[in-house]
Design a protein around this ligand. Sequence first.
Ligand code: PEP
Length: 251
Amino acid sequence: MGRGMRKPVVAANWKMNGSLGLCEHFVANLARPDYADVWIFPTALHLGALAESFRDSDISVGVQNVWCEVEGAFTGEISASMVAAAGGQLALVGHSERRSLFGDSDAVVARKFKKITEAGLIPVLCVGETLEERESGLAFEAVQRQLNAVEEAWDNPAYSHVAIAYEPVWAIGTGEAATPDIAQAMQALIRNHVDQNSSGDSQAVRILYGGSVKGVGAAELIAQEDIDGFLVGGASLDVNEFNQICEAVKS
Ligand code: PEP
């Protein structure tokens, strides 16, 4: 088994950007590769429109965040089961902006992750170290801590219906992607961690790289054994640039 069994993924994290106009522009112009899965994470407000437009296609749509309960007095929040009912198929969880700006602790990320799986959505678990952690030689410890927290709350860790996005915090939105060597080294460690801590899914789990991915440079990253695709932020708002990234994962 190896890389060949894992279909590449190109995922768009629109963050707090976009409009119905951007949704329509993507529906009209997005490449629809048969060699890769394409996942779009618009704002929750735009999920329904995109899910409806892509209903009979291979493009999947998800949310950037959910709350860790099914329903109740949680003003401003949405649940994973509501996302599923609205046609969503995936949810990001643990994105570094959620962790740093909105206080999502490892424990909260673990609870959200559990609810996402219970709702039948595919979680895209985002992990990654800060610059300080990398410079202190603690990059893998940080990532491992984030993975362990989720596994502790998970009755039977089985990663076959999960994707992991390795997103070093120092590479997100900085224009400085990790080098292929740095990303590959961490992603191999993550796959090894999955191998040691779950029931035999390490060759199936797709591990994406995220952090300043653009069309230029994507081919060198995807050529690495343990990079199975990308989670793209800024460049995912430009459909031509996003299509170029899709083209780069064709091997
Ligand atoms: C992200 O936010 O998931 C991300 C990878 O952002 P960017 O591509 O802009 O670095």
